[in-house]
Design a protein around this ligand. Sequence first.
Ligand code: ADP
Length: 494
Amino acid sequence: MAKDDKKDNTLKLKFDSARNLAPAPESKSIAKIKPQYELFINGSFVKPESGKYFDTINPATEEKLSQVAEASPADVDKAIKSAKSAYQKVWSKMPGKERAKYIFRISRMIQEKAREFAVVESLDGGKPIRESRDFDVPTAANHFFYYAGWADKLNYAFPTKTPRPVGVASQIIPWNFPLLMAAWKIAPALATGNTVVLKSAETTPLTALMLAELIQEADLPPGVVNIITGAGETGAAMVSHPDTDKIAFTGSTDVGKIIQKAVASTHKKVTLELGGKAANIIFDDAPLDQAVEGVINGIFFNQGHVCCAGSRLYVQESVYDIVLRKLKDRLETLIVGDPLDKNTDIGAINSRGQLETIQKYLKIGVQEGGEIYQSSCPLPKKGFFCSPTLFTNVSQSSRIAQEEIFGPVLSILTFRTEDEVIEKANNTPYGLSAGVWTDKGSKIFNMTTKLRAGVVWANTFNKFDPTSPFGGFKESGFGREGGLHGLMPYLHLD
Ligand code: ADP
């Protein structure tokens, strides 16, 4: 047997054994999903004015999990009025140290219900339980914990200013991190003395509604946090409502532009966290195994459903062959399947619509002359799943190298020099995040100052912490969430 064949056989055995692991599913019994959910307005769960509901399904099985209320403009009006009244009568007057107690309580209660939150997040959104259990839920609790600490220290945060809350914050979130996005938005708003109306995304409403139940249980004064469900029309009604003082939006660049137009020449403060097309850059002096693992983590875990996903990989030409080989090998060990199984690396694509978008881009990539490589991992027969995919022979102008796909699809390009890769990496309408892999500190500093991205990770990727600001350049939006910077959009600082 030739040496390479022997090596391939050993790898095949390794892959097969990784995929033949006995199932290790997390039990669903802890998730107490109700058959129907109402709108959380003014401290109570109320029926929608229209009487309309829509289904939320499990994308891994296509089965209905529950139905949730569709908030009409009349419901939005009710929610915003209740937030305004709570702002004027209670929350803006409450001392910071008292507000902090409520926010700490929410953090502790999320920790107490962490397992249930994680299971519901994976059922409703399709993400692997490892991700929801080890990242989404603890980081959500951590955000409340962190911002609770700021509530009575705003004068220290901005010592030369007189920080004042803005009023009612309308917050609209996407489906990729449903609970975590809610925490990112609600925690700083409450810490700074604002009240909130939050709308979850239409395909992933359940953990935000669980959070509403938790907030009710935490005895937050009625109206301080209102959580509603609905689609684009509901979001548009929140944006255009005259009593909305601040809009915090995370979602697509297209909707971000609509929002920006809608608020032009109004008093409303806005932060937009939009799309991305992050460049992950591997230099030939990088620790390659670590870099390959970082690339895999950056685009394939969580199905590529991350706005800062490292969807463009730039590899220095001298190590291209070895990096490609390592990537293909690692791709073969990834397990695609049941999101509730603890062995699963890649869960379900969030919706049929999103799967169709990804499939459209796979076709475009091939039509544009890209060479496609997909993992041989079998996909479940039911549900929305996509094989992790690599594209080589991609040109800088290819649509798969320029447009956000939001799926487990990696475009691989090459470069020779630092200047060349900086130019290529910056040549996109987006600027949310980037990654650099090298063992030279000087190269890291050169790259981080020249890459036009809100976050640049060095020798790691997709790392988050409540204390660090996050946000974009160019069409990736503006404003920062997280850290001390994340307080500013919720304050007047005169
Ligand atoms: P994605 O393509 O990732 O689903 P969207 O930008 O369409 O991103 O959705 C993100 C959030 O924005 C969702 O909660 C969605 O309901 C909401 N949304 C969609 N259209 C509008 C709109 N015109 N105004 C306000 N919110 C909207």
